[in-house]
Design a protein around this ligand. Structure first.
Ligand code: FEO
Length: 400
């Protein structure tokens, strides 16, 4: 039981749990610093629980819910998002409070039957965009945010205290280590994990995220309560601005060099290239071995920086398999607004650079640099000069 309960404002409770056991979020994304699942409770003339948490944390969560209700019954359970990290305890809450009314949009209603296999009957209040639920002093206005992160996703806004319950939007990886609010912590500690969460979990739906953010920006928000990570009560503008950058792929000057190498020839090209980029005055240069670093981290760094240079050795006349996985990830997440460079090597017949070039034309919205460097075996003098030219072209394009 590790539920942390804190009163955010009078009669508004944070009830979050930290998950430091799960190794892979969605069984894919590494969680070295854990993750939090956040739920909230409003106690007013009517009581309303805002989402639940993952089922593995049900015991502490239910204890906390009972404590904060302090003998009152639960009137509403608002379902902003049906992914199981937030809907996991719905069944248990209903067993405990059989009269609770579930609140969600039409798509959520269908998903409750699909995912939880429960008959909700009349105990469901279907809400549309702009509908208002009165709780007493507080009320909730619902705003649909489809595909951020799932089709049924929606947020709710409480106008008296200007609170936004934002579900996955503004969330991030990383357990909350005692510090829950933005004014209690060093944001730099969480920033990379927030961007990794966004780029991998929401990145593909950035157009929809940008639309959702336009809706959110029209609201006067003082407190943001997301379902993962930091609760923003002092400077919500900071995370809104950060998310606007993520959603519109507004990136910084810098270059991510990613290589796949079996015997060191392509790795050597990456190091030479990085040195030339430094000589061109590029201060942010990051190199990743695609076989060593999980592609969720590489995607996150590519989301941050405008330049990306991909290098691959040739394996079975094709691009290196681990690089192929990264290309798939980049393509799926619709990389936009980037400058792309390509290099690679082969032993007796090519293939990797050809496939990287094909990716350049179909894998995203790139400005592709004209010099493509392909070596047979180890890089020779002329290859090194070509790498110098590639670095120059990247620096010029970044500063254009
Ligand atoms: Fe945190 Fe899309 O669930």
């Amino acid at each position: 039981m590790n539920t942390v309960s804190v009163e955010i404002l009078k009669d508004l409770f944070y009830m979050g749990v930290n998950d430091r056991e799960t190794n892979l979020f969605e069984n894919m994304w590494p969680l070295p610093q854990g993750v939090s699942y956040n739920s909230y409770l409003i106690v007013d003339e009517k009581t309303a629980l805002m989402d639940t948490v993952k089922i593995t944390k049900v015991d502490g969560f239910i204890d906390s819910l009972k404590d904060n209700l302090n003998g009152k019954k639960l009137d509403y359970l608002v379902i902003h998002h049906m992914e199981p990290d937030h809907s996991g305890c719905i069944k248990t809450v209903r067993e405990l409070y059989p009269d609770v009314v579930l609140v969600g949009n039409k798509k959520a209603r269908g998903m409750i039957s699909d995912y939880l296999d429960i008959e909700i009957g009349d105990n469901f209040l279907e809400v549309k965009d702009g509908d208002v639920l009165e709780l007493g002093r507080r009320k909730l206005t619902f705003v649909n945010t489809p595909m951020v992160h799932w089709p049924e996703s929606m947020v709710s806004y409480e106008p008296n205290d200007k609170i936004l319950f934002s579900q996955d939007i503004f969330g991030g990886f990383g357990a909350l280590n005692g510090t829950i609010f933005d004014d209690e912590m060093n944001f730099d500690f969480f920033q990379d994990e927030m961007r990794r969460y966004y780029s991998n979990i929401v990145g593909k739906y950035s157009k929809q995220a940008a639309k959702a953010l336009e809706k959110v920006r029209n609201l006067d928000v003082k407190v943001i309560c997301p379902v993962h990570g930091i609760v923003w009560r002092t400077n919500p503008e900071r995370i809104i601005e950060e998310y606007v950058k993520y959603a519109n792929q507004i990136n910084e000057e810098g270059v991510v060099v990613v290589y796949g190498s079996m015997y060191g020839n392509t790795e050597k090209m990456a190091d030479i290239l990085a040195r030339f980029l430094a000589e061109e005055g590029i201060k942010n240069v990051k190199i990743f071995d695609v076989s060593k670093t999980h592609d969720s981290y590489i995607l996150s760094e590519i989301w941050k920086y405008k330049g990306v240079i991909l290098g691959s050795c040739t394996y079975n006349n094709s691009v290196y398999p681990n690089m192929n996985q990264l290309l798939y990830t980049l393509k799926m997440n619709k990389i936009n607004n980037h400058i792309l460079g390509i290099f690679g090597s082969y032993g007796w017949s090519g293939g990797a650079v050809k496939e990287l070039s094909e990716f350049a034309s179909e894998g995203g919205n790139f400005e592709v640099l004209p010099t493509i460097v392909e070596t047979k075996g180890t890089a020779k003098d002329e290859d090194i000069e070509a790498l110098r030219q590639l670095a120059k072209e990247m620096a010029q394009a970044l500063r254009a």
